[in-house]
Design a protein around this ligand. Structure first.
Ligand code: F0G
Length: 461
């Protein structure tokens, strides 16, 4: 066994019973769901790895915070507690709560982007790209080339390609770049980290051309832990100091707080010192989200978020959290199962193309593996490949994705080593009969974001 499982740095005080259906029952459920895992009822899932977003287990301190939440419409004490905590952690003057990450994108991007503008990012998350486009602009991804090779193990596979960034700025014209966005960790590349050096170099390029620099901060703490483990010179720096340094290079951040702050709902918008921009964001928050001191959240949500901001920095917790993924990855290594390596912070992205070389991209290997995982062990995961990518908006033709991944995203503080072993065992069992697994065809699809709603059917010879 390559790696030891790091025991949970907590004990369990409240439990939620989960149902285990038989294989026959699962086969019926997934057929009824038209082979779309989003159509399954949560209660029919044994281990739910659809996302690590909003699926976290809160601590006793956070649950106590639920009771203490101040529900005043304006000026709630929970709001001030949250703002002070976020100012302390990120070092920014202005903090605006919103209901989730995409709400921060909606509030901010409309102010900085419009027709003819571009956003350049190491990789845009789907909703980030959508809000760039809704604001009239275009999104360009600029990740380092190593990210495209699942087998290539490099420490910071989520980095921006800084040279390419500069050439893109020259090509499109600095005045037309609305924003440069650094996504930490880089979710779309497999939860891969970004180094301090890369954030600093990106910020230098932005400064040189007078372009605003934003961090998409959903997994800021996991990213800081990778820096501590992997970047020379940071071995003895605290997680909090690493985060401060990373954020010191940017002008603003948008954050889905449903990830590293270990809550079920919430988001933040941070602005370092630009008062005019903050004023404009406040106005848009009131229109879209609610008054500035609650931003679409309940007082109890603000309270839990303030507590979670600190809990997410705990090194014992982060070591266990990342260790869980590394343990799972080591079991896959042993079995010869390929994934985006080294494993990222919030999930394992299994290389379904390599598991099912006989299934072409337009028969959706990533989705086929997700369906097999449900049938095999009641595990719900999702396709990050051609099925998710969809059709060319102009020609209607199926696009071919760069990767065919199946993402097993692990919620925080929810599953134990035994559950992780169920995941590994299920993948190993599927690999043993991989050549028998068939592809899928789409029998109905909506025009946009089809993977949430489409119906599929297995391809029978
Ligand atoms: N940015 C990143 C990097 C994300 O991973 C997400 C959400 C968002 C923004 C949007 O935040 O959901 O709070 O509105 N990612 C989830 C996922 C949904 O499953 O990866 P949100």
């Amino acid at each position: 066994m390559g790696i030891k499982y790091i025991p949970e740095p907590f004990r369990i005080k409240m439990v939620e019973t989960i149902k285990i259906l038989t294989r026959e029952e699962r086969e019926e459920k997934i057929a009824e769901a038209k082979y779309n895992l989003f159509n399954l009822r949560g209660e029919d899932v044994y281990i739910d790895l659809l996302t690590d977003s909003g699926t976290n287990a809160m601590s006793q301190e956070q649950w106590a915070g639920v009771m203490k939440g101040d529900e005043a419409y304006a000026g709630a004490s929970s709001y001030f507690k949250l703002v002070e905590a976020a100012q302390d952690v990120f070092g920014y003057k202005y903090i605006q709560p919103v209901h989730q990450g995409r709400a921060a994108e909606k509030v901010l991007f409309g102010l900085l982007m419009g027709v003819g503008k571009y956003s350049i990012s190491n990789m845009h998350f789907d909703t980030t790209r959508a809000h760039v486009e809704l604001a009239g602009a275009r999104a360009i991804d600029c990740v380092v080339p190593e990210a495209g090779d699942p087998a290539k193990r490099v420490p910071f596979k989520g980095n921006m390609d800084v040279e390419k960034l500069e050439s893109l700025i020259k090509e499109y014209g600095a005045d037309n770049i609305g924003l440069v966005i650094m996504t930490i960790t880089n979710n779309s590349a497999g939860g891969q980290p970004v180094s301090v050096q890369n954030v600093r170099e990106t910020s230098e390029v932005c400064k040189k051309y007078g372009i605003k620099f934003c961090i998409d901060a959903a997994r800021y703490a996991e990213n800081a832990f990778f820096i501590k483990e992997r970047e020379v010179g940071y071995e003895n720096t605290s997680i909090k100091d690493i985060i401060k340094e990373v954020f010191s290079y940017a002008d603003m951040f948008t954050m889905s707080a449903k990830k590293d702050t270990i809550v079920n709902m919430g988001g933040l918008l941070g602005i370092k010192d630009d008062e005019e921009l903050y004023q404009a964001c406040k106005g848009r928050t009131i229109s879209y989200e609610g008054f500035v001191t609650y931003g679409g959240l309940s007082g109890r949500d603000l309270e839990c978020l303030a507590i979670g901001l600190y809990e997410g920095l705990d090194e014992n917790y982060l070591r266990y959290r990342i260790g869980q993924l590394e343990y799972l990855a080591a079991r896959l290594d042993e079995a010869g199962i390929a994934y985006q390596a080294p494993v990222g912070g919030h999930g394992v992205f299994v290389d379904a193309k390599s598991m099912f070389p006989h299934i072409p991209y337009n028969e959706f290997p990533g989705q086929a593996l997700a369906i097999e995982l449900y049938k095999e062990a009641g595990i719900r995961s999702c396709d990050i490949g051609s099925y998710m990518l969809g059709n060319d908006p102009d020609t209607g033709e199926q696009l071919k994705a760069k990767f065919e991944f199946t993402r097993l995203a692990v919620p925080r503080r929810v599953y134990t080593q035994a559950h992780i072993d169920v995941m590994a065992d299920a993948l190993i069992a599927i690999k043993e009969r991989a050549s028998e697994v068939k592809g899928y065809k789409i029998t109905w699809e909506p025009p946009i974001l089809r993977h949430f709603q489409a119906s599929l059917a297995p391809i029978e010879e």
